[in-house]
Ligand binder design. Structure first.
Ligand code: CP
Ligand code: NVA
Length: 304
């Protein structure tokens, strides 16, 4: 073990560290709102590599680094020599000579892990085809702000069994909550994520019925039906239609159930306007909390 603090996946980081990051995020958020400006990452530089589009991840990491006193360099895979077949290993070694941390949003999870293997500075997962851990840190922070401790509560997922769900599954073990997952047949989450969550104390149930999944849930979560770089798996409205989060589906959850979505949303597909703009929707709090959660991730990685 190198001793470098990479933020690759929730399954790779001890529960106590994740809880510590959430506590730190809440404290930093409160201090920011009170007007405090400390600069613990003064002089530090974060390189951000994007192989896929982004609004929230890009802006929240950039603003987060600035608020902490650091700076960022924005890179896209196609504009780098990486796009002309320089290896990830060599890229990792070179970037490590210049910058203090690397955030990457990419396709294959293996690319993230290879970067991690060869970098001598912390690497942060800004989404891969398989997982999106920064999002779920922000989502747990958001849930707890609105409803108190997530431990022992029930989260319902309805829709595609994608990267965001995989990180929710890992979170169920790390933060001790139940997750009820409803997907169409053929869109189930990866078996390794389900098994890992169950083996590590997560309570996971899988069904093809959105109605069953949301029953008595404290929070209903969904995401797009077709993720970036998953267009080859695209399936139609007829398959996903029954998994749409609408007023009728929300009515089967607890009366005060929150609605979450990592955004961007495809209104009229996975969620109706009525729900995403409704009183129990916290989607913009989730987006804001990307900033606060990731500042805590950066502080953890860089020892600030
Ligand atoms: N939720 C999320 O990761 O959004 P972006 O794709 O805009 O970064
Ligand atoms: N599952 C989505 C999340 C976007 C933030 C995707 O990977 O496209």
């Amino acid at each position: 073990m190198s001793g470098i603090r990479h933020f690759t996946d929730l399954s790779a980081i001890p529960a106590a560290d994740l809880r510590g990051m959430l506590d730190d995020a809440a404290a930093r958020k409160a201090r920011l709102k009170a007007g405090e400006r400390s600069k613990p990452l003064d002089g530090k530089v974060l390189a951000m590599i994007f192989d896929k589009p982004s609004t929230r991840t890009r802006v929240s990491f950039d603003v987060g680094m600035r608020q902490l006193g650091g700076e960022t360099i924005m890179l896209t895979g196609t504009e780098m020599q990486l796009g002309r077949s320089e290896t990830i290993a060599d890229t990792a070694k070179v970037l490590s000579r210049y910058v203090d941390a690397i955030m990457i949003r990419t396709t294959d999870h293996a690319r993230l892990l290879e970067l991690t293997e060869h970098a001598t500075v912390p690497v942060i997962n800004g989404l891969t085809d398989d997982t999106h851990p920064c999002q779920i840190m922000a989502d747990i922070l958001t849930f707890e702000e609105h409803r108190g401790p997530v431990a022992g509560r029930t989260i319902a997922w309805t829709g595609d069994g994608n990267n965001v769900l995989h990180s929710w599954l890992e979170a169920s073990a790390r933060f001790s909550f139940r997750i009820n997952v409803a997907t169409p047949q053929g869109s189930e989450p990866g078996e390794t994520y389900v098994q890992w969550a169950r083996a590590n104390g997560g309570a996971v149930s899988l069904t093809n019925s959105a109605e069953d999944a949301v029953r008595d849930a404290d929070c209903v979560v969904t995401d797009c039906w077709v993720s970036m770089n998953q267009e080859h798996r695209a399936r139609g409205h007829n398959v996903f239609g029954p998994y749409q989060v609408n007023g009728a589906l929300m009515a089967r959850a607890k009366p005060d159930a929150l609605f979450m979505h990592c955004l961007p949303a495809h209104r009229g597909e996975e969620v109706t306007d009525e729900v995403i703009d409704g009183p129990n929707s916290v989607v913009f709090d989730e987006a804001e909390n990307r900033l606060h959660a990731q500042k805590a991730v950066l502080a953890w990685c860089l020892g600030a």
